[in-house]
Design a protein around this ligand. Structure first.
Ligand SMILES: [Zn+2]
Length: 308
């Protein structure tokens, strides 16, 4: 098979187990560009089969998130909004692709953007419309039209068979000099257990270098945040240029990083050892919102974030 980024066929295997099941899942690093990917990359047919059966996404199911999940989603949404505003992006039309339960679409609207979202899951998108009265359509990436000043796409790219094609589509949605915010799991992190890194649902595993490269025909990198996941802010190029591949030192750096990943590092450097304590503190906070509606939780969170 060929690498999804550079078309090379020279791979080194980095894992052979799916973190969620006992099934075999071969994940390899491309020796030429450093992109880590499922090998082989699933075909469209296999992906359809997987999402209709194994992934148990029931598109007709009604959805009502638990208060603690709304609280967590609000916190994540505000971190993303702060990353945008800290980078000088704070107004304009905004499209959130894969809007989920709508917390980000709603909160970014309150923060000053003219926001709308698109979400393939009927239950999630209905919930978002009913609870927050925000503009969220039920649909997929290919259903979207129009041009936006800001496009956001959180935890979607790692599921797609061709990140290059995805960036091409994203570029078509950008207004001139538009800004794109992408968030994906970060393969170089030390804040995830080594046994929960590779999943059947995730096709590509990005580093800063490989994600920049996948975007490089259409976008320039303007800001990076690796505090937990990988957030990258891009500016749309005036016209598409040739793809820039990661250089040899960055390929070697990712290779080395993957070899260092292990339990000792996770427990000590990644503060995994403190996780039980953090969980306890989280339970106390989450208990306080247990009788509130989704909208009350998100509104309270927004108010609190703005005062601090
Ligand atoms: Zn490659």
């Amino acid at each position: 098979m060929q690498c999804a980024l550079c078309q090379s066929d020279n791979f080194e295997m980095v894992s052979k187990d799916d973190a969620k099941s006992s099934m075999e899942l071969i994940v390899s690093l491309c020796e030429k560009c450093g992109l880590i990917q499922q090998t082989p990359i699933p075909t469209d047919e296999e992906l359809r089969e997987y999402y209709s059966k194994d992934y148990r996404v029931d598109y007709k199911q009604s959805y009502s998130p638990k208060p603690k999940h709304v609280l967590r989603a609000s916190r994540t949404a505000m971190q993303r909004i702060n990353f945008l505003t800290d980078s000088g992006v704070s107004t304009g039309t905004l499209l959130d692709i894969g809007a989920g339960g709508g917390e980000f679409t709603y909160l970014s609207g309150k923060a000053g953007f003219e926001s709308r979202g698109i979400e393939p899951n009927i239950g999630y998108s209905e919930y978002a419309r009913n609870e927050y009265n925000c503009n969220i359509e039920t649909g997929e990436l290919d259903d979207i039209e129009g041009k936006y000043d800001v496009v956001t796409i959180f935890h979607v790219l790692e599921h797609l068979p061709s990140p290059i094609e995805a960036f091409k589509k994203l570029y078509q949605l950008m207004a001139e000099k538009g800004t794109l915010l992408v968030e994906v799991p970060w393969i170089e992190t030390n804040d995830a257990s080594p046994h929960s890194t590779y999943f059947k649902a995730h096709i590509s595993y990005f580093s800063v270098a490989t994600l920049s490269s996948c975007a490089s025909q259409y976008f320039d990198v303007i800001n990076v945040d690796t505090s937990s996941n990988l957030k990258m802010l891009f500016k749309a190029k005036k016209t598409p240029l040739a793809l820039e591949y990661p250089n040899a030192p960055s390929v070697n750096a990712v290779k080395l990083r993957i070899k260092q990943k292990g339990w000792v590092e996770y427990l000590f450097n990644g503060k995994g050892i403190l996780k039980p304590l953090r969980k306890l503190a989280q339970m106390v906070i989450e208990n306080r919102v247990r009788n509130l509606t989704g909208k009350e939780i998100v509104d309270n969170y927004f108010l609190k974030s703005n005062i601090n």
